[in-house]
Every structure is written in C-alpha cells, then in structure tokens.
Design a protein. Sequence first.
Length: 246
Amino acid sequence: MSGTVYIVGGGPGDPELITVKGLRALKKADVVVYDALVSKALLKHTRRNAELIYVGKRAGKHTLSQDEINRLLYEKALEGKIVVRLKGGDPYVFGRGEEEVEYLVKRGVKCEVIPGVTSAIAVPAYAGIPVTNRYIASSFAVVTGREAKEKTVRRVKLKNIAQAVDTLIILMGVNTLRENVMELKEVLPEDTPIAIISSGTTFNQKVIVSTLDKILSVVKDSNIKPPAIMVVGEVVKFRDKLWRYR
C-alpha cells in the first residue's frame, strides 16, 4: 500500500511563516524532500529518524532533475512512507508543485497540496511595500524574470503586463536585471520607483530602492545576489511610511 505525499509550501524564508497545517505535516513525515530556498530551521521540526533529502536547484546547478525528483517522490510513497515535499514560498507559484502532483496523481499516489505564503507578497511586505493600495494600486502581476530554457516561445510579455497593472513583481530576475529594466523603460516613465529585495524575510534581507533610470548604476555597486524580488510601481514609495523588517 502506497503512502501519502504532501506538497508543502514552506514560506518565503522566515521559518515562522510556514502554515500550521504545513508544520503539522512536516512533524509527522517519514521522508522530507526539501529545496534550496527552504529555511533549514524548519528541518528541526522533523522526527529524529526522518529521512532528509536535499534536492535544491539554483541557476545552472541542480542536485536532481525535475524528472528525478518526481520519481523519488513516487518511489518513497510506494514504500508506504509519509512524504513531505517541502518547497520555498508556495508550491504553485513558480514552484513546479503542479508538475509533481500531476506525476503522482497519474500514477495513483495519494497526495495533498498545502499552500504556502508566497514570497511575491510576503517579501515586499517585510520591506515595507504593499503590493496594492486603494488609491494608487488596484492591481498587481507576478511574473518570472527567467523563463525555462526549453521554451521555444517567450510567454512573459513584460511590456504589455507593465502597462496593464499598477504593481509589477518580478521573481528570479536578478540575473536578467538589465534586460528587464531596459524593456520596462520602453513603456514606463524613467522615474518609476523600483525596489530590489534580496534574501527577503530573513536576517540577511537587503533592500535597494531607486528608479528605472538609475537602478542599474545603483545595483552595480551593491553586490545584490539571488534570491531576490523586484517590485516596480508607486507602492514602493510606502517603504518610508510603513513597518518594515529592515
């Protein structure tokens, strides 16, 4: 008899931002398969004899391929284990959680998705930036700054999206920062506020605030590194008025 796989969102970095339900699943797991962006502090909540398997992915550096991770989850479930697939943020927001669930469901494995606090909203909040405001930002969009290499057609129409929403949130865009900024400058005023938040919600959080016309020169001397999130829009101006982590 096969076990159960829980696809759990671990939150954006601060280990206290995992959900109660996610933490409950983590505590009872026989096997925990976890990502690079997951707070290692969460692993302290696992059972003493739980098997911990790191499958982290960073740009150009994959411990296991996605296909290998899918098979690993399947094989552990066939052993009758309670398996937690622990991911940073939310499993369905650029987390490939849907690929894993589809693979398991197709093969008859019992699984459950436990959503997590997405970094797209939590990280700006910890930097003092709300993604909406009833006066100046009634809409926001979340896009990836780095599309899968195997795509033959680019799906993110950055210029179109930027013109259609009040707040634009770009995940995984540090390594393509110049390209993103140059594209945005074609459709947005050069004085549009922009913030780049690195290692958000953690002790290492770093925030850079500038405008589209100056951000590249500011970042050049900042040594900003992934993981980082870019927020573009007037909401960035709230940073000096609201609570912020640092």
